[in-house]
Design a protein around this ligand. Structure first.
Ligand code: GDP
Ligand code: ZN
Length: 343
């Protein structure tokens, strides 16, 4: 699909710009440096990636220099914007800690409403949202569409991962095969795998190897199992992600960045696996149905609700089988659930 290709191209351009900035930063030339520490005993500037955020401190993985690959607990200059997992930074070492002196612009942000409904970034520079589904628990297209909308609205590429292909419960698989067929026909990548037998893992590894991914999907579909098989080390740390209650605030659950053994990066936390669509406008929701896009803005009435209006371009597309009825029903279901959640 040309739209998808364009956005990949844009992403790779943006990434090239980021890399140039990093290069310039290494050479000591200008980038957006929010504040540089004057203290002389700080080491040279090093590029790094935030692997975990603890409010006032972050763990940064060094991406060059003698400490390359090491994770250093860093303080942040107070006038830096809050950093999140996945942020690219410039930092300086001052045994035993580091100091983050600059944040590089993000090319993508994963946004969540916090406990007070305020939208906040929870991860940066994510390339792909892997939406996991399975025959058991039963996969429903309305749930998959909610995840797809969340991904599209944040401009992050989704990929669908059908897990548990080792199960051969025939009834489930006829409807699963239909789902796979439908999403492929819309233009989405669908990978079929089994975390149990490792079936399909070569394609999965190839797909993830040069990307930063988050895994989402309903409980029980096998996200942890997939992640563990891709990177056993990830699990050990996932258990310690919750850093407990801070004074007077809700329990803070931080996300964490891991490297897959075969290349590629995972950002994970229990909170990152769930989405809410409440904050999206109706326009953002409908635009996130990528198969609707060719028909948007073409209805007879400008304020068409796409329910039963004459001259509705979306209804026409359905009767011509250019849009799936299930996608259309799921769109209306999302709009309705948003309305009732807001009430
Ligand atoms: P999560 O809630 O999405 O993280 O799912 P889990 O990874 O905890 O898996 C839920 C259950 O499904 C566990 O009992 C797993 O052993 C099982 N499971 C995960 N992947 C597979 C698979 O590929 N095949 C089969 N048969 N079971 C699986
Ligand atoms: Zn319409």
């Amino acid at each position: 699909m040309s739209k998808r290709k364009l956005s990949n191209l844009q992403k790779s351009r943006i990434r090239a710009v980021q890399e140039q900035r990093m290069e310039r930063a290494k050479d000591g030339n200008s980038i957006t440096i929010h504040k540089i520490d004057n203290v002389d005993d700080l080491g040279p500037e090093i590029s790094g990636t935030v692997v975990s955020n603890f409010g006032t401190q972050v763990d940064v993985e060094a991406n060059d220099g003698d400490l390359n690959g090491k994770i250093i607990r860093c303080h942040m200059r107070s006038n830096l914007d809050p950093l999140v997992t996945g942020d690219k930074v410039i930092w300086r070492f001052a045994e035993p800690y580091g100091v983050v002196v600059a944040q590089i612009d993000r090319y993508s942000e994963l946004i969540r409403p916090d406990a007070y409904g305020k939208l906040r970034p929870v991860a940066a520079n994510v390339d792909v949202i892997a939406i996991v589904f399975s025959p058991k628990p039963t996969a429903f297209s309305n749930l998959i569409d909610r995840y797809l909308v969340a991904a599209e609205a944040q401009n992050i590429q989704p990929v669908l991962i059908l897990n548990k292909t080792d199960l051969d419960t025939e009834n489930e698989f006829s409807s699963i095969n239909q789902l796979v067929h439908d999403y492929k026909s819309i233009g989405y990548d669908v990978l079929s795998v089994s975390a149990k037998t490792a079936d399909g893992f070569e394609s999965l590894k190839d797909y993830l190897c040069n990307k930063t991914a988050v895994f989402v999907g309903q409980s029980g579909v096998g996200k942890s199992s997939l992640i563990n098989r891709l990177q056993p080390q990830a699990n050990a740390v996932v258990g310690s992600l919750s850093i407990g209650k801070e004074k007077g605030t809700h329990t803070t659950t931080v996300s964490r960045l891991f490297h897959f053994a075969h290349g590629g990066i995972l950002i994970d936390s229990p909170g990152i696996r769930e989405f809410s669509l409440t904050h999206l406008t109706q326009e953002q929701v409908i635009n996130s149905f990528i198969d609707f896009r060719p028909y948007l803005g073409r209805c007879k009435f400008r304020d068409c609700l796409h329910k039963s209006e004459p001259g509705c371009s979306l209804l026409d597309a359905i009767s011509q089988k250019k849009i799936l009825q299930s996608r259309f029903d799921n769109y209306h279901q999302i709009i309705m659930s948003q309305e009732s959640e807001r009430r």
